[in-house]
Design a protein around this ligand. Structure first.
Ligand code: ADP
Ligand code: MG
Length: 395
């Protein structure tokens, strides 16, 4: 499949004002940007537009202020970091929309950049309110969506505004869609999918899809306990998403009829509580006694998963193998991350925590595509249409 939406590359932007939806939803630490990966990821689109003589009005959300002005979630620190990365001034709007903001936008000269305040300060954002979409549209001549991480949401700044201005895909958004679509539509074989993390119900859709298109699914993280529970295996005090048990049962039933192998852990690392200082024990079985919880996959499981990853033509990894934030329970995630980094096949990693793990291990550079979208990447891989992409002009 080739990308079917109009690209910002093909838009006439010289002398135009462009509203660019970016995903600057970055972690903050004491009023500073703690990780600027997402800001860097938006630079190609921003720089291309500036070079071509456009002026830019940037709009993003940050956290969940739920329609109210929450000063701790101001985009100010983001604007400061962006100015450093661009080596150019970034004006900061005092609000999202309104007469003052319109005046600032109208005053931009070619190459100028204005960053709006956190769009989720406006209750109309998540409601995809028409009045907010109109107010955003009044700020510019064209619209570019480069916020892949928010493209699965039909919000005013991701969807509504695209019906009111000519809408184009940004470079990051396009690359994300192309890279992720290629994994399901034309993967090198075997296609191996590694799934972990905490929420089965968010990820079961992707399991269903991959039972049809992948050659192997390797399950780790807390997710495996929903599967063990479905198989009647004792899970002790492990984190089990109850809602996920039934879904896991269905996935196991489907896996029986599928060409795709579904692998579950064969050993575990146990702890007494979710705590780095807890008593730790490696277990050669997957049954977990009361008083213990599974916090990582064991070394035999990790070695098997690493072998499968090494032999894969394509690897997709979403979700850590264990509670990797706790050093005693990080080994399984590290082994998988190192295997993905070393794999000769095409490698794609998505999911906020999985990407954080890759960064922590210093391995992100060794992966072919690190997705900036968690939920958006899963929905795309499931074969769902993303509203923020659909609303753009066709190519
Ligand atoms: P991603 O953001 O990569 O999609 P998730 O958000 O689904 O991943 O899950 C990440 C979280 O899952 C991490 O905080 C990690 O501590 C937790 N986790 C993984 N394995 C376990 C486990 N066995 N028990 C408890 N929590 C776990
Ligand atoms: Mg997460």
């Amino acid at each position: 499949m080739s990308f079917s939406k109009a690209s910002v590359r093909d838009a006439e932007v010289a002398g135009k004002r462009v509203l660019v939806r970016v995903d600057f939803n970055v972690p903050l630490d004491g009023g500073r940007v703690a990780d600027d990966t997402r800001i860097r990821a938006a630079l190609p689109t921003i720089e291309a537009l500036r070079e071509r003589g456009a002026s830019l009005v940037l709009v993003s959300h940050l956290g969940r202020p739920k329609g109210e002005v929450v000063p701790e979630l101001s985009l100010k620190p983001v604007g400061e970091r962006l100015a450093e990365l661009l080596g150019a001034p970034v004006q900061q709007a005092p609000a999202v929309v309104g007469a003052d903001v319109e005046t600032l936008a109208a005053g931009l000269s070619p190459g100028g950049v204005l960053l709006l305040e956190n769009v989720r300060y406006e209750p109309g954002e998540t409601a995809n309110d028409a009045a907010l979409a109109e107010a955003l549209a009044r700020l510019a001549d064209l619209y570019v969506n480069d916020a892949f991480g928010a493209a699965h949401r039909a919000h005013a700044s991701t969807e509504g505004v695209a019906h009111r201005l000519p809408g184009y895909a940004g470079l990051l958004l396009q690359s994300e869609v192309e890279r992720l679509t290629a994994v399901v539509e034309s993967p090198g074989r075997p296609l191996v999918v590694v799934l972990g993390g905490a929420k089965v119900s968010d990820k079961v859709g992707v399991i269903d899809r991959f039972l049809e298109v992948a050659d192997g699914i390797l399950i780790g993280g807390a997710m495996c306990f929903s599967f063990f529970r479905a198989q009647g295996i004792a899970t002790g005090d492990s984190l089990v998403e109850e809602q996920g048990v039934e879904l896991a049962e269905e996935a196991l039933a489907r896996a029986g009829d599928s060409q795709c192998e579904l692998l579950l852990p064969v050993d575990l690392v146990l702890g007494r509580s979710f705590d780095a200082d807890t008593e730790r024990r490696e277990s050669d079985a997957v049954e977990v006694a009361d008083g213990w919880m599974g916090l990582d996959v064991g070394p035999r499981t990790a070695a098997t998963y690493a072998e499968r990853i090494a032999a894969a033509g394509t690897v997709l990894w979403n979700g850590p193998m264990g509670a990797f934030e706790l050093a005693p329970f990080a080994a399984g995630t590290r082994t998988v991350a190192e295997a993905v980094a070393a794999a000769p096949g095409t490698t794609v990693v998505g999911g906020g925590d999985s990407v954080a793990a890759l960064n922590e291990f210093g391995l992100a550079e060794k992966v072919d595509w690190v997705s900036t979208g968690g939920g958006a990447s899963l929905e795309l891989l499931e074969g769902k249409k993303l509203p923020g992409v659909e609303a753009l002009r066709d190519a």
